[in-house]
Design a protein around this ligand. Structure first.
Ligand code: NAD
Ligand code: ZN
Length: 407
């Protein structure tokens, strides 16, 4: 089943508890006579946590057929459908997006950039919804990258104490990572993602076609999350990514669909077992302890998130090898995979500064320094006894590798 491309399966009805507005049973092709599906192959991955059950659908042609797809899941669309997006994305894909709606959704814009992932933006969007007559039955669609998804999801979580929403992620990173799992929120001037909630979407539609306009650097950075997915949970994905670099980077639809679906499946499986990061979900943070430290020390300007995570994984591989959790050969193989999907930007930081920055990591609870390390290829463990000296050695290794590659 793992790699088998599945034929389109009609999305099932979501359970009663998450049905947002009075759904109507509708005959196929009846009522409006609009074409419901374009027949493209898609993959469906199920998320099932104690608080929500929904499908993540990945494939081609999803944006052009969004309205009927949502109706299939949740019944007739409500009077007010809001789409939170960025002007750039709307300019590229808005027409296609709006095409499947009988009545155009109300577009609300969030300018691009992490600085707009703020409470000020949330307030603005909430007020625009209120002014446009939004109510508890309204639907919100977050159509954009991870920033739009996090902000849009948070707006949906808080407007009238929570309205249903749909994720339509448009970056590789958002498709394989941020749109799945229900974490929504914004930054404070004091730090990233310090305000938020869990609010699961009704469904996620990851349309591979919209990745066509994504800048190459964004694609490669997002692919680091797939490399991570393979390393921690899926050795077949590691192998596939090794063998299909050209296809994936060349944006071959089938190759992208495979990598995206496998990455989503990995995340969904982890989230299904541990919705609130009590234990297992923590393994998703491989490469993120030092990755976040790099982002913080470079003030989120020099590297994209995925690039910082790529370097963080290089450090984690070193540490795991030192501890005998992986062999040198395995470490080399996985490090090479990271560089295959690079290039990762140079690092102009000091090891001690990075180690100091990891002290503020959100994953550290009660002073325990948590660190995710690979165990062989396709498995990982959270360890709690990593010393500052070990961390510094790993950071130094990573910096040396960065210097070597940019010499
Ligand atoms: N909620 C979670 O679980 C979770 C997980 C990981 C990351 N995140 C968050 O995600 C955010 C990063 O998301 P991101 O990497 O998607 O960045 P992003 O949302 O900033 O998007 C990157 C850039 O690509 C542009 N863009 C998006 N789609 C495009 C397309 N199809 N064609 C052309 N340009 C396009 C955007 O306008 C933006 O300029 C961070 O704020 C991070 O904290 C959240
Ligand atoms: Zn990440």
């Amino acid at each position: 089943m793992h790699w088998a491309a599945r034929m389109t399966r009609r999305p099932r009805c979501v359970p009663e508890t998450v049905r947002p507005w009075n759904p109507v049973e509708r005959e196929e092709g009846g009522e409006t006579g609009r074409i419901l599906y374009d027949g493209s192959s898609v993959q469906t991955i199920r998320v099932e946590t104690p608080s929500a059950r929904y499908d993540v659908i990945a494939g081609s042609g999803l944006i052009a057929t969004l309205a009927p797809r949502i109706e299939r899941i949740a019944g007739r669309l409500p009077r007010r459908v809001f789409v939170v997006t960025s002007p750039e994305i709307w300019g590229l894909w808005g027409e296609m997006f709006a095409g499947s709606f009988a009545e155009a959704p109300i577009a609300l814009f969030l300018p691009p950039g992490e600085k707009h992932k703020s409470l000020a933006s949330v307030e603005k969007l909430l007020r625009q919804m209120a002014q446009a007559g939004g109510d508890r039955g309204s639907l919100l669609i977050a159509f954009g990258g991870g920033i739009v998804g996090d902000v849009g999801g948070f707006v949906a979580a808080t407007f009238m104490r929570g309205i249903p929403y749909v994720q339509a992620p448009t970056t590789f990173l958002a498709q394989v990572d941020s749109s799945v799992g229900g974490k929504v929120g914004v930054n404070l001037p004091e730090g990233k993602n310090l305000v938020g909630n869990f609010h699961h979407p009704l469904a996620v539609f990851a349309d591979i076609g919209v990745l066509g306009t994504l800048p190459d650097r964004e694609l490669r950075a997002g692919l680091m999350e797939s490399v991570k997915a393979g390393i921690i949970r899926d050795r077949m994905l590691v192998r596939y990514m090794e063998e299909h670099v050209g296809d994936v980077l060349g944006r071959d639809a089938k190759a992208l669909e495979k990598v995206i679906a496998a990455s989503i499946r990995m995340k969904a499986e982890v989230v299904n077992k541990d919705e609130r990061e009590g234990g297992l979900r923590m393994i998703l943070n491989l490469g993120h302890t030092l990755g976040h430290a790099i982002e913080q020390v470079t003030r989120y300007k020099a590297l994209l998130h995925g690039e910082a995570v790529g370097w963080g994984m290089v450090a984690a591989l070193y540490l795991a090898r030192q501890r005998g959790m992986i062999t040198s050969r395995q470490a080399e193989r996985m490090e090479s995979l990271i560089y295959l999907y690079g290039p990762l930007p140079p690092l102009k930081v000091r090891a001690a500064k990075l180690v100091a920055a990891t002290g503020a990591d959100k994953k550290n609870v009660g002073g325990v320094r948590r660190f995710v390390l690979p165990l062989g290829i396709g498995d990982a463990r959270v360890v709690e006894d990593v010393t500052a000296a070990e961390m510094e050695a790993a950071a130094k290794y990573m910096l040396a590798r960065a210097e070597e590659r940019h010499a």
